[in-house]
Every structure is written in structure tokens, then in C-alpha cells.
Design a protein around this ligand. Structure first.
Ligand code: ATP
Ligand code: MG
Length: 655
């Protein structure tokens, strides 16, 4: 990726932090200096945010790379840190969760209530035979019991593996088998798009599929919808009849800092999902620190992260980071357009949300619906907006800032991965002048870099590979059950460096721009082209809501750019005219070489359940191959539609 590809739209604006925010910010510019001077001392300082049952004797043991041990010999309980200690500090009456169910039911849960319920759930799991080290699968809708279940596992030192409630029974079965879980916690169902959708039957299916390999002894079932579900009286127990009746007294045991906290499977955007193992002390320190610093969380803030608990974002920035900080947050069960397209903005208005964290795909969907929708609500309480999951293209960034943030709020574009556990690259809202589309710079304590093929840092203005040069506290410890794959996947490309798999560019000012997966980078007539930049150029056209770009094998040019676009509702019908207009637009924004060979107007794009575009599936279609692992795809019919469209005559001529 040696060619600099510049998209003029990228460099148009810089937003300075608002003066009052800058003056009172949790993290100030000096944090960068302190971390640079003595990184480990800086992390030791961050470790003070957490209550240790026994202090650590060493910050980092890196004598056996790439296997790290952070906060060596420290003893800790994650659940105690997220719950009990806030009650002990006199904050028992503070609301931890403002739960909003999709049908409109609400429940406020204080820290004192959370402590009681987590203790009850821990007692129940212990009674069902769960011991420290045992794995527990959680397959639930976005209801408070899901958070309680995770914290109950953490309390017992039983690593949880949360499987997104939208996944099929196959996906559940493969994860249960991979980590050999002995209990599944689920619900009869949950509400999505205005209807009760069942969950429990998928658990039964998964167990049936596993047959004699089934490791599950018990299924704990929360009654959420009240719908009829099959029930096996020997194996299954109701949450309300067990947890609901258990003692509220439970003493959390202190575990080693390196005790496993959870296994989380990656989105599967680039291939078969990997079971990422996170441990306790370092993970809690980094998520607590970044939640406090990157979101500038203060007492009194109302925080809302829209991610599902089935993703790492739901783990780090809905459960562990916010709760370790004693935050008050919104937990919403449903979809953004049920019962109407203003639902999110209505919740922000009703609950007075101050910090809001979502994904670019959601923002682009809202752009498609139109700015008149959020305009109906009072969003003036918001003070910081966050973005995660993909690069936020400048167009969507500006829309988000203007229409949701009232043109006032900084946006923190946070780059991180399931593997990194916590934020790695992000502006600090009170320090960094931000450029729309750029994640800007590593957070204090993290040493991210952009390197070339030989592993040498690139100069400003150049592109390369994103790496992390030094271990960080919330790093993955391994891939569950596969140390070799852990070494090969992340640590083998360059000696001593973690390779993230993403391409990146350092601009003239040194700010970092993510360019998409290295696997997705295209080579057209010898020019390296980034998917992210061409997609950004497409979305900067007023008629385009979303775009996905892939390179397809081409006899003459090596690879040809193929684009899939969703038009905005205001754009009217697609057709040849729009296609020609879009090709010209890309030519103008980036250069003729980047003009897509083909552009297909599609109603939807293949996305993972966490909303990421699955470019590898589009590439399969563009190259007439059988479509690869699609188990994490949100809606499989989307691929059929797109494949049918691809078989039709080309919708745009040659360059
Ligand atoms: P798999 O590893 O199975 O292919 P995945 O990489 O999509 O799945 P996640 O860990 O959920 O799984 O996603 C991390 C990736 O998401 C990053 O490597 C990066 O490509 C992308 N990403 C996350 N946040 C940002 C961001 N702020 N800007 C650009 N890209 C981002
Ligand atoms: Mg990945």
C-alpha cells in the first residue's frame, strides 16, 4: 500500500474540542507525555481504578511472548468491581440500568438491586454445579438478566461465552462445543421488530444437534415474552423459580489477575469466527480506563451504547467498562425503527442521554431515513458521540455531528477489535482536534503504528499495515484452545509486533486513517486501492446511503473495482443514469483508476449481525464462486438477491 490515495473530502474539516469540555476533561494532553515516558508506570496508575483483593507485584510479565501476564499475582473479582464496591461506597441507590423493552415496558435497576440479583444468579449457578473455570454460554435478548448472567459468571470465575441472540442454533451449537460449556442461560424469547421472537427452541435444537457430544447439563430460562416453549423438566430450570428464590448473600472469591473472564467469538467478517480469550485484571483496567477517558465519563452522565451484548462492544462498553465506573446507562432491547424510526432519539430525549455510542452502519441507516426524523426530538443533553465497528466515512460523521450532536458534540471514532478488548486508537474528546473519518491517534498507553512490508514505520502521508508495538493490558491472551493459531494469526508477520489485519494511512499531520482489511485491499493495474476510501467517495454522493466495494479478478487489470450501493430514500429510482453519475463522482473524488467497473444498486448489503459489511461474500459473488461461511450473516436472503443481480448484464460499461 505504498501509493497515497487521497480523498479530498477527508481533509475538509477539523473540529476542535469545545472549550468547556477541554477545561474539565478527565484525560488531558499530559496523559500522552506520562504514558510515553513510562508506559508501564502509566498502566500501573490506571490499575488504581480497580479494587484489588491482593495487590499485583509486577505490572507486566512479557518473558514468554506473545503470552502476556498483566498485573502479576494480583487478585481480583470482576463482579465485585462492577457491583459491590459501588454499593459499599454508598451508591446503592444509583441507577445502573435504565432498561427499555421494545414493547415499551421499562425497569430501573439500582446498583443495590443489581448486587442482589447477581448474587442470586451466582448462588443458582453454583447450585447447578458451576465451578471456577467452567464455561457458561449465554444466549439472550437485550434484557437486564443478560447483564446479570454475565456478572454472575464472572463472580464465580466461570468464563462466559455470550452468543448473539440473533444467531441460529448451528452457531450456538458450534460455540458451545468449541468451548465445552456446561450450562446455557437463555430466555423463552425476546421482542424484535414488534413481535415476540423465540429463543429457547434454538437451544433445544442446538443440544439435539450436538447429540452425544452435548456438554450442556442445564438450561436456565428467563421468562421474558411468556410464549409457550418446550421445557425439559430434568434439564431445564426457570430463572424466576431458581434465581428469583435464591439467597441475596454471596461472597465473591478473588481470582488471579490472569484468570479467564470470557471467550468471545469474532464477527467472522474475514473468515471463520475465532474464540478470543480475555482474562480478568488487565481487561478490567483497560476497559475502565478507556470508558472513563475516551467518553469522558463523569458522575451524572447517562450513557447509552447500542451494541448487543453478543459483541465485544457489549462486553467492554456496556458491561465491564461502564459498570466498573459505576455509570448509569440505558439498556434497550429492540430495533431502532420499532415502533417508529425515531425510537432511539425518543429514548435519548426521555432518559436525558449525555454519551451515546453506536456504529457507522446505524448512522448510515438513519441518514437514509432522513434528518427530519431526529429533528423531532430534543437531543440537547448529548455531549459526546462515539462510533465503532468500521471507519466512519466523513459524510456520515458530519451527518451524525450535525443532526444528532447539534453541531456541538465531539465524535470519538474508536478503533479496536474483539482481540484488543478495549479502545486502542481514538481522539480524546477534550484534547484532540478531530478530522471526520480519522481515528486520529493511539490512546495514551497504547503504541499503535503504521508500517510497511518490512515492518518499518511509514512516514506521514503514507499507507501501510496497522500494528501494535507493545503489549497492552486488555489484549487477547490466546485463541481458545489454539495457541498456535494465536501466534500465527497475530504475531508472525513481523517480529514482536501484533498485526491487526487492517490497513491504515498516516496523513500529513500524523493522524491515523483506517483503510479496511488488508485482505480487502484491491490491486488495479498495479495501483493499491482501499475499499474504505472508494466507499467513502461513493457515500459522499448525495444519492448514496451505503456502499460496499470489492476487487474482482480481471484479465486485463488484475482486479477490477465492483461496487454495491444502496441509494437514499430521497434519490428516487436507480438505473443507468445514477450509475454513470456515481462512476464519474468516484473518478472526480479519487481518480479515474478508482472508478468502479461495475456498480450494482441493491436494496441491502450482506452484513454481519453486528452490522459490518461482509465484503468477502460480495467478492465470492463478484468472482462467481460459491459463497463462503455465512453463519454470522444477519439475513441470508440478501445474498440471493445480490447474486441474481450479478448474473444480469453489467450495469456499467468499461472504463
Ligand atoms: P473477524 O476477525 O472474524 O474477521 P471482525 O474483524 O469483523 O471479524 P471484530 O473484532 O468485531 O471482528 O471487528 C474488528 C474490526 O472492525 C477491526 O479489525 C477493523 O477492521 C474494524 N473496526 C472497528 N472499529 C473501527 C474503526 N473505528 N475504524 C475502522 N475500522 C474499525
Ligand atoms: Mg478481525
Amino acid at each position: 500500500m505504498s501509493d497515497r490515495i487521497s480523498n479530498p473530502a477527508n481533509d475538509a474539516h477539523t473540529f476542535d474540542p469545545p472549550a468547556d469540555l477541554a477545561a474539565g476533561a478527565n484525560l488531558k494532553a499530559d496523559a500522552y507525555e506520562r504514558a510515553a515516558k513510562d508506559r508501564l508506570a502509566f498502566w500501573a496508575e490506571q490499575a488504581e481504578r480497580i479494587s484489588w483483593a491482593e495487590p499485583f507485584t509486577e505490572v507486566l510479565d512479557w518473558t514468554n511472548p506473545p503470552f502476556a501476564r498483566w498485573f502479576v499475582d494480583g487478585k481480583i473479582n470482576a463482579s465485585y468491581n462492577c457491583v459491590d464496591r459501588h454499593v459499599e461506597a454508598g451508591h446503592g441507590d444509583r441507577v445502573a440500568l435504565h432498561f427499555v423493552g421494545e414493547p415499551g415496558d421499562t425497569r430501573d435497576i439500582t446498583y443495590a438491586q443489581l448486587k442482589d440479583e447477581v448474587s442470586q444468579a451466582a448462588n443458582t449457578l453454583a447450585q447447578l454445579g458451576v465451578q471456577a473455570g467452567d464455561r457458561v454460554a449465554i444466549y439472550m435478548p437485550m434484557i437486564p438478566e443478560a447483564v446479570v448472567a454475565m456478572l454472575a459468571c464472572a463472580r464465580l470465575g466461570a468464563p462466559h461465552t455470550v452468543v448473539f441472540g440473533g444467531f441460529s442454533s448451528e452457531a450456538l451449537a458450534s460455540r458451545v462445543l468449541d468451548c465445552n460449556a456446561k450450562i446455557v442461560i437463555t430466555a423463552d424469547g425476546g421482542y424484535r421488530r414488534g413481535a415476540a421472537s423465540p429463543l429457547k427452541p434454538a437451544v433445544d435444537d442446538a443440544i439435539a444437534k450436538l447429540g452425544k457430544d452435548n456438554p450442556i447439563d442445564h438450561v436456565v430460562v428467563v421468562r421474558r415474552t411468556g410464549q409457550d416453549v418446550p421445557f425439559n423438566d430434568i434439564r431445564d430450570v426457570w430463572w424466576h423459580e431458581t434465581v428469583g428464590k435464591a439467597s441475596i448473600e454471596h461472597t465473591p472469591e478473588a481470582f488471579d489477575s490472569e484468570h479467564p473472564l470470557y471467550v468471545m467469538y469474532t464477527s467472522g467478517t474475514t473468515g471463520t469466527p475465532k474464540g478470543i480469550l480475555h482474562t480478568t485484571g488487565g481487561y478490567l483496567v483497560q476497559t475502565a480506563y478507556t470508558f472513563w477517558g475516551v467518553f469522558d465519563h463523569k458522575p451524572g452522565d447517562i450513557y447509552w451504547c447500542t451494541a448487543d451484548i453478543g459483541w465485544v462492544t457489549g462486553h467492554s462498553y456496556l458491561v465491564y467498562g461502564p459498570l466498573a465506573n459505576g455509570a448509569t446507562q440505558v439498556l434497550y432491547e429492540g430495533t431502532p425503527d420499532t415502533p417508529h424510526k425515531g425510537r432511539w432519539w425518543e429514548i435519548i430525549q426521555d432518559k436525558g442521554v449525555t454519551l451515546f455510542y453506536t456504529a457507522p452502519t446505524a448512522i448510515r441507516t438513519c441518514m437514509k431515513w432522513g434528518e427530519q426524523i431526529p429533528a423531532e426530538y430534543d437531543l440537547s443533553t448529548l455531549r459526546i458521540l462515539g462510533s465503532v465497528g468500521e471507519s466512519i466515512n466523513p459524510e456520515a460523521y458530519i451527518w451524525y455531528r450535525e443532526n444528532i450532536g447539534g453541531g456541538r458534540t465531539p465524535i470519538v471514532d474508536t478503533w479496536w477489535q474483539t482481540e484488543t478488548g478495549g479502545h486502542m486508537i481514538s481522539p480524546l474528546p477534550g484534547v484532540t482536534a478531530s478530522k471526520p473519518g480519522s481515528a486520529m491517534m493511539p490512546v495514551p498507553g497504547v503504541t499503535a503504528d503504521v508500517v510497511d512490508d518490512t515492518g518499518t514505520s511509514v512516514s506521514n502521508g503514507e499507507s501501510g499495515y496497522l500494528v501494535i508495538r507493545d503489549p497492552w493490558p486488555s489484549m487477547l491472551r490466546t485463541i481458545w484452545g489454539d495457541d498456535e493459531r494465536y501466534k500465527d494469526t497475530y504475531w508472525s508477520r513481523w517480529e514482536g509486533m501484533y498485526f491487526a489485519g487492517d490497513g491504515a494511512k498516516r496523513d500529513e499531520d500524523g493522524a491515523i486513517w483506517l483503510l479496511g482489511r488488508v485482505d480487502d485491499v484491491m490491486n488495479v493495474s498495479g495501483h493499491r486501492l482501499s475499499t474504505t476510501e472508494i466507499e467513502s467517495a461513493l457515500v459522499s454522493h448525495p444519492k448514496v446511503a451505503e456502499a460496499a466495494v470489492v476487487g474482482a479478478d480481471d484479465d486485463t487489470t488484475g482486479q477490477a473495482v465492483v461496487a454495491f450501493v444502496i441509494l437514499r430514500e430521497s434519490a428516487g429510482d436507480g438505473g443507468q443514469k445514477v450509475v454513470a453519475e456515481l462512476r464519474d463522482h468516484v473518478g472526480k473524488e479519487i481518480g479515474p483508476i478508482a472508478k468502479p467497473r461495475r456498480i450494482m444498486v441493491v436494496p441491502e448489503l450482506p452484513k454481519t449481525r453486528s452490522g459490518k459489511i461482509m465484503r468477502r461474500l460480495l467478492r465470492d459473488v463478484a468472482e462467481n464462486r460459491e459463497v463462503g461461511d455465512a453463519t454470522t450473516l444477519a439475513d441470508s436472503s440478501v445474498m440471493d438477491l445480490i447474486a441474481a443481480g450479478m448474473a444480469a448484464p453489467a450495469t456499467a460499461g468499461e472504463n
